[in-house]
Write a protein that binds this ligand. Structure first.
Ligand code: MG
Length: 169
């Protein structure tokens, strides 16, 4: 594998674990706020991010590349109110989309079609992640200021369950 492509994928392992850590911090915030449905939604999101990290880890090993695990940064987003994690989540997913695009760009430059095919799943996944994050903000802005609305939204988010990623390497 091209060394730049391998390096970017190795960095992405770390970024996905950071995403998991960030979303666990969101869950942590909502647990303290008494919103257990929001907490559940972000705990599931954290599990999904660990799945992403493991997919990149496995892809490197499947292609004979070594993986170097670096320190995971401390989540440093200030969470002042119930809307703040949702807004920060959307910004974060846009950032992750840019990282996936950068890896795609590097793979495209060296005609690494195998990596591009693997990344196609992540390109689609990022579209879904951004939509989910936008939907959360929309729903919160519509219903979150009303106690009954917030109660029902919290109940809806409590039903999210983790499922294994559809990408098999
Ligand atoms: Mg991810």
């Amino acid at each position: 594998m091209d060394s730049k492509v391998a390096k970017l994928i190795n960095e992405q392992v770390n970024k996905e674990f950071y995403s998991a850590y960030l979303y666990l911090d969101f869950a942590n915030y909502y647990a303290q706020a008494g919103l257990d449905g929001f907490e559940n939604w972000y705990k599931v999101q954290a599990q999904e991010e660990m799945d992403h990290a493991m997919l990149f880890y496995q892809y490197l090993h499947n292609n004979g590349e070594k993986v170097t695990l670096e320190a995971i940064a401390k989540p440093d987003i200030e969470l002042n109110d119930n809307l703040a994690p949702l807004k920060a989540g959307l910004e974060h997913e846009k950032y992750v989309t840019s990282l996936i695009n950068d890896i795609y760009d590097a793979a495209f430059a060296v005609k690494d079609f195998r990596t591009m095919q693997m990344l196609d799943w992540f390109v689609k996944e990022q579209g879904e992640e951004e939509k989910n994050a936008e939907d959360m903000i929309t729903k919160f802005e519509l219903f979150g200021s009303d106690p009954k609305g917030l109660y029902m939204l919290n109940s809806e988010l409590a039903s999210r369950v983790h499922s294994a990623p559809s990408l098999v390497l």
